[in-house]
Design a protein around this ligand. Structure first.
Ligand code: HEC
Length: 155
């Protein structure tokens, strides 16, 4: 029993060590077109969303240790794929804004584990309100030609 536990232990240790050599995409590509917002909005977005939805991810030390690094790197990639505030153009903007409003309304339920590990990143009630108001306003502000420009909107 002790022997097998020991060998399990050493195999796990060895695998953990080997995992560290698997290269990962943990880079921050250049910011192409950062979303234009008032200062307070930007501050809240940077705090709560930019780690996964921008090219300005704050990679912490734990992001360098496999297998946690795999999880973080793939979360950031899929986050950037759906919404990236660093490459913010008008493409599907209206739909994105509506989804953002919904996600902000969910609070820490969106990516719960992240907000449990980083409680200081959570938006407070005030920040939630100004963000929601701002995204709501900018959805309605859009000129009609942008609203209907080639968005194959699905229901
Ligand atoms: C820990 C990383 C992380 C943080 C922080 C984060 N998101 Fe996400 N978000 C993701 C991932 C990953 C997805 C894609 C999920 C998928 O592929 O289904 C996503 C999806 C979304 C979507 C698409 C709709 C959906 O529900 O899938 C929106 C909108 C969104 N996030 C907005 C935000 C906003 C706004 C914030 C800040 C308040 C935020 N996210 C913070 C990782 C994150």
């Amino acid at each position: 029993m002790t022997l097998s536990l020991k060998s399990i232990g050493s195999w796990s240790l060895l695998s953990l060590m080997m995992m560290q050599f698997i290269p990962l995409n943990r880079i921050n590509p250049p910011v192409v077109l950062d979303v234009q917002t008032p200062y307070a909005i930007k501050k809240s977005l940077k705090k709560a969303c930019y780690d996964c939805h921008s090219n300005e991810t704050g990679w912490t030390a734990i992001a360098y240790i496999a297998p946690i690094s795999w999880l973080l790197s793939s979360t950031v990639s899929s986050g950037r794929n759906v919404i990236n505030f660093s490459t913010w153009n008008n493409e599907k903007k209206e739909r994105k804004q509506i989804e953002i409003i919904r996600v902000i309304g969910e609070g820490p339920l969106h990516r719960r584990l992240y907000y449990i590990c980083n409680p200081e990143k959570q938006l407070d009630r005030q920040e939630t309100k100004i963000l929601t108001d701002w995204f709501n306003e900018s959805v309605h502000e859009q000129p009609p030609h942008i609203k209907n420009s080639g968005n194959n909107r699905q229901p």
